[in-house]
Design a protein around this ligand. Structure first.
Ligand code: PMP
Length: 426
């Protein structure tokens, strides 16, 4: 029995499913999750000392590679002064100013401790600001696990929400409307019926939780127009896309001005951090200046601020994103070529440092229904073959892959060569 197998067995005794976040359990791909011992640059090492080229990057934060020496040093030196004060610090101002300089639509922002908290708080704020209860999200978009957001579409576009997890009262979920990503008509139709009751649209500007699906031209612009027409708040959930699709996030890449933005992952450099922010007029609705309550004992934690600020400083000191995009293209197009050569039907999507590949005959994948129609069983086999080759992909066909500045062309070419071997055995 491998060390990971032993640890997984042991973990299940005290931790539900052996993991502290479900997708880590390899439930969809099957098998035993790799228990990780350490990580460095583009590599992670498991409990059995296997080395993998990592395309998960802790699900996004590791855009500069694992265990970056400057970030590690910032954490260590900041910790010398104490771990948490529950009182304001100068570091928090530096962080807020830095984020605003990179994402100017965030005129004011507040730090929280996870992406879930960021979206949950942004939605409460949008509701408080507009005095409306309903929110609109898209099928297949994930915004963390707050109650109103764990809702999938029923049949048809104009369907009131039903919760897709026990524990969420239907009375609560009914305020969440769900329509089709990349289908502006479905948005217009639901606004025609409920527009005056809709507090906000929340959207992943590049959907990264149903594999990787970029917005079709006009989609995000259309959401902006609809929100303007009905005086609803447009929330871009950039927890995944922030600092990754471009330095200024998807809003910079696609030139869309949201009212509120949610951030996470990169902004903590690996520490538990999220943030939400936007128009000062809206942000001033939260406590203590405004009536909408929102708080957090560890919000703006000094260690997390030091790690995140160092990551943002490093990312913005020169243009990393042209190179990140080129590497991502090299990987995605390399996969596609290797699949073509092996006679395996595959489509790839990529934007900035985010990519996805689909086992499908479809030439383009732009929707949730297309993504879910792909060959999941083939993905699972490919995932395990790649793991055996020393490549760690996200253990689900519905997650985007991530590149870091630490991945070299040699790492990428080795990954493509491994994929070529795996395609032959699929
Ligand atoms: N929004 C998006 C777009 C996400 O991808 C995620 C997590 N993957 C979240 C929100 C929730 O973030 P967290 O897991 O930090 O709560």
């Amino acid at each position: 029995m491998s060390h990971s197998e032993q640890l997984f067995q042991q973990a299940q005794d005290t931790i539900p499913g052996g993991v502290n976040s479900p997708v880590r359990a390899f439930s969809s791909v099957g098998g035993t999750p790799c228990f990780i011992k350490r990580a460095d640059g583009p590599y992670i090492f498991d409990a059995d000392d296997n080395k993998y080229i990592d395309y998960v990057g802790s699900w996004g934060p590791m855009i500069l590679g694992h265990n970056h020496p400057a970030i590690r040093e910032a954490v260590i030196s900041t910790a010398q002064n104490g771990l948490s004060f529950g009182a304001p610090t100068e570091l928090e101002i530096n962080m807020a100013e830095k984020v605003r300089s990179i994402v100017p639509s965030m005129e004011k922002l507040r730090m929280v401790s996870s992406g879930t908290e960021a979206t949950m708080s942004a939605i409460r704020l949008a509701r408080g600001y507009t005095g409306r209860d309903k929110i609109l999200k898209f099928e297949g978009c994930y915004h963390g696990h707050a109650d109103s957001l764990l809702v999938k579409a029923g049949s048809g576009a104009l369907t009131l929400g039903v919760p897709n997890s026990p524990g969420i009262p239907e009375d609560f979920a009914k305020h969440t409307l769900t329509v089709t990503f990349n289908d502006l008509d479905s948005v217009k139709q639901i606004f025609a019926e409920f527009g005056d009751e809709i507090a906000c649209i929340i959207v992943e500007p590049v959907a990264g939780n149903m594999n990787c699906i970029p917005p079709v031209p006009g989609f995000l612009e259309g959401l902006r127009t609809v929100c303007d027409e009905y005086k609803s708040v447009l929330i871009l959930d950039e927890v995944m896309t922030g600092f990754r699709v471009a330095l200024g996030g998807a809003q910079a890449y696609y030139n869309i001005q949201p009212d509120l933005t949610t951030l996470g992952k990169v902004i903590g450099g690996g520490m538990p951090v999220g943030a939400f922010g936007g128009k000062a007029e809206i942000m001033d609705y939260i406590a203590p200046v405004g009536p909408v309550y929102q708080a957090g004992t560890l919000s703006g934690n000094p260690i997390a601020m030091a790690a995140g600020l160092t990551a943002l400083n490093l990312l913005s000191e020169k243009d990393h994103h042209t190179e990140l995009a080129a590497k991502t293209k090299r990987l995605a197009e390399g996969f596609k070529q290797a699949a073509d050569d092996a006679g395996i039907a595959m489509t790839v999507n990529y934007v900035g440092a985010m990519f996805g590949f689909f086992f499908t005959e479809q030439e383009t994948v732009t929707s949730f229904s297309q993504a879910t129609a792909c060959d999941g069983e083939r993905f699972n086999r490919f995932f395990h073959l790649m793991l055996d080759e020393g490549v760690y992909l996200a253990p689900s066909a519905f997650e985007a892959g991530f590149l870091s500045t630490a991945h070299t062309d040699e790492d990428i070419d080795a990954t493509i060569a491994a994929a070529a071997r795996c395609f032959k055995n699929l």
